[in-house]
Design a binder for this molecule. Sequence first.
Ligand SMILES: C[S@@+](CC[C@H](N)C(=O)[O-])C[C@H]1O[C@@H](n2cnc3c(N)ncnc32)[C@H](O)[C@@H]1O
Length: 274
Amino acid sequence: MDERLAANQANWDDRVPIHLASRFYDVDRWVAREPMPLERESTLIGSVAGKTLVQLQCHIGLETLQWARAGAQVTGVDFSRAAIAAATDLAARTGLSSRATFVCADVYEADIALAASTFDVVYVSLGSLGWLPDVRRWARVVANVLAPGGTFFIHDVHPLSSCLDDQGERFAYGYFEEPGRPFVSDTDSTYTDGGPLAHTRNYEWNHSLGEIIQALLDEGLVLDALHEHDWTVFQQFPWLVEDAGTYRIPDQHPRVPLTFSLLAHAPVVGTKTA
Ligand SMILES: C[S@@+](CC[C@H](N)C(=O)[O-])C[C@H]1O[C@@H](n2cnc3c(N)ncnc32)[C@H](O)[C@@H]1O
């Protein structure tokens, strides 16, 4: 594995016990509440009852298991062994084990790890793409695991907001993908409460919205919807205001895109070129 991804893997393994104990994820409450998928996502994706769904970069499996509760047969893939162990344990705690499988693999090798299986829905959620150096390689995996006629959905950090510094005040990072020039951080904290992390070094990359969309189109996917949002789900910048579980831009601040969501599908008859 690329040494930068290996550093990220150690960093993510450290985050898992912290996230499991955090107020941010509040896992005990999540288990007790038995939440369904987010309505804004299920409205776009449609019913998953009786369908197969894979979440790439599933972390501790909360979202994956919500799709299982909605009736899908789910698979979660993540390269953190600790995350996959936590997700497997949560499937047992929620009685969803028979509908959920969790696989430890680098997302770039997910198609191989899943033994060339294809899925009716491929799902990717917030905080995923920024950990990958090459969006075209990721799009190839998405296309390889998506069944003909299947649905692809991603909601992730908007690449324009990833150009801003931690204070969200200045442009500090490039908008376009540069695999050889990652954003390198050394921090012992994560985006939740709790810590510290032992493996502090991590590497991130930006991918422009155009690069993300073009990579999916080049793999034969058909774009159905693209939305840029002026809200996110964590305190990305100090000036964001929490509002019923989302973080929004205060009235006096210029509106900038914080996240995006994209819906696409694979044609029934493949149009992919070799
Ligand atoms: C923020 S989580 C995304 C899931 C979800 N939004 C959540 O909060 O649970 C990011 C996940 O990406 C995983 N990840 C990062 N790089 C990866 C890679 N190269 N292959 C597989 N998983 C990766 C991390 O282990 C982490 O679990």
